[in-house]
Design a protein around this ligand. Structure first.
Ligand code: SF4
Length: 377
């Protein structure tokens, strides 16, 4: 009989030849200073992207001369999977792959395969998702699905091709992204969500066309308020279309009913399309709004973020992160890294979106935030 220890427990299988395996005892997820339990990890697999969306990676800054991260600084798939596993042992149950643009990282499906093999201490499944601009999804959907990716979120800022090309600023046709969404659906991915960032002077007129396109298709569009992420997107409150305004624009054509969140820490407000009796008709589907500016949700924020060079950040608007890649490359054990992440999270007080309106423009300007293209949305 194996000797038991503080951190280990045994799992005995039933039947005639029971086997006893030693497993790390599930440890409860760390809780931060504001009572938020770590649950989600967003993993940026690259700082590179093939789009130049104005609210994230404006061409003026991220032009031909821009120096992206040298390859040796980028975490290998093995290192990313190891870090993800450490977070899962710490209580994370949802992993989201982001970028830059995750699909431009060669062989990303191999990483998906590695992540789908990760098991939580009590064999609980880990939910794996990806956020992509969908530019090459039509080519990648089959391999991603084969690797185990079950659900996906696609950024799509317009249905109108001219506006779409203006927003991505690389002349990428909307038809290719719509084809990518269809390819993901054909591979059985579900749910499929579509994220649309609304910038008043660019695409407020695209709210209804996006809704008309996806209503009743089982694909859920969500409208994201333009945020002051990073330091390069020229953010101003005038350019923000509040979620409440988005809902009222939609309700001019489609009656909606407010729905309950599906999980703690969900960022989107859910609204269901109503039938003629004013009740939600699930066949018509739903629409969401993500209101980080006008209805901050920091009190529920259970997300950590891992950059492609292996730094852990505790907020999308953070200024510093903790380098776990260095620990790995210096030979630290999983237990040592777990302890570091646990202490980092436990000391967390981040709630930038709640504080934004109380910060003067000078203070906001002095705060050198990480770029969204570096850490993912
Ligand atoms: S501002 Fe930071 S703390 Fe607040 S919800 Fe966003 S990521 Fe979380």
């Amino acid at each position: 009989m194996a000797r038991m220890s503080e951190s280990m427990t045994t799992v005995e299988t039933a039947g005639d030849n029971p086997t006893i395996t030693l497993r790390p005892k599930p440890r409860s997820a760390p809780i931060d200073k504001l009572g938020r339990k770590l649950h989600d990890l967003r993993i940026s697999v690259t700082d590179r992207c093939n789009f130049r969306c104005k609210y994230c990676m404006p061409k003026e800054i991220f032009g031909a001369a821009y120096k992206f991260m040298p390859r040796e600084m980028v975490m290998s798939f093995e290192e990313i999977a190891r870090a993800a596993n450490i977070f899962v042992q710490l209580g994370v149950r949802k992993l989201r792959l982001t970028g830059g643009e995750p699909l431009v990282r060669k062989g990303v499906e191999e990483l998906v395969e590695r992540l789908t093999a990760i098991r939580a201490p009590n064999d609980e499944p880990v939910d794996i998702a990806m956020t992509t601009n969908g530019s090459i999804l039509d080519k990648k959907a089959k391999a991603l699905a084969k690797a185990g990716l079950k659900r996906i979120t696609v950024h799509l800022d317009a249905i109108d091709d001219t506006i779409f090309k203006f927003m991505n600023d690389v002349d990428w046709p909307v038809a290719k992204v719509l084809a990518g969404i269809e390819a993901a659906r054909a591979e059985g991915m579900h749910p499929i969500k579509v994220n649309t960032v609304i910038k008043r002077s660019n695409n407020v007129g695209e709210i209804l066309p996006v809704v008309r396109h996806f209503r009743g298709t089982g694909i859920t569009p969500r409208f994201i308020e333009f945020m002051d992420v990073g330091n390069t997107n020229g953010w101003s409150m005038e350019e923000v279309v509040p979620g409440d305004e988005v809902i009222s624009i939609i309700q001019k054509e489609f009656p909606l009913v407010r729905l309950d969140p599906t999980s703690a820490g969900e960022t989107a407000q859910r609204w269901g399309f109503a039938d003629s009796n004013g009740n939600w008709d699930p066949k018509l589907g739903e629409v969401g709004v993500i209101c980080s500016v006008t209805h901050p949700f920091c009190s529920q924020c259970n997300r950590a973020r891992l950059s492609s060079d292996g730094r852990v950040y505790l907020c999308l608007f953070a200024t510093t992160g903790y380098d776990v890649r260095m620990m790995m490359r210096q030979g630290a054990s999983d237990e040592e890294i777990k302890a570091k992440i646990e202490s980092f999270w436990s000391a967390r007080t981040d709630r930038y979106s709640e504080l934004r309106s109380s910060l003067t423009p000078e203070i906001r300007a002095r705060r050198h935030k990480i770029e969204m293209s570096y850490i993912g949305g």
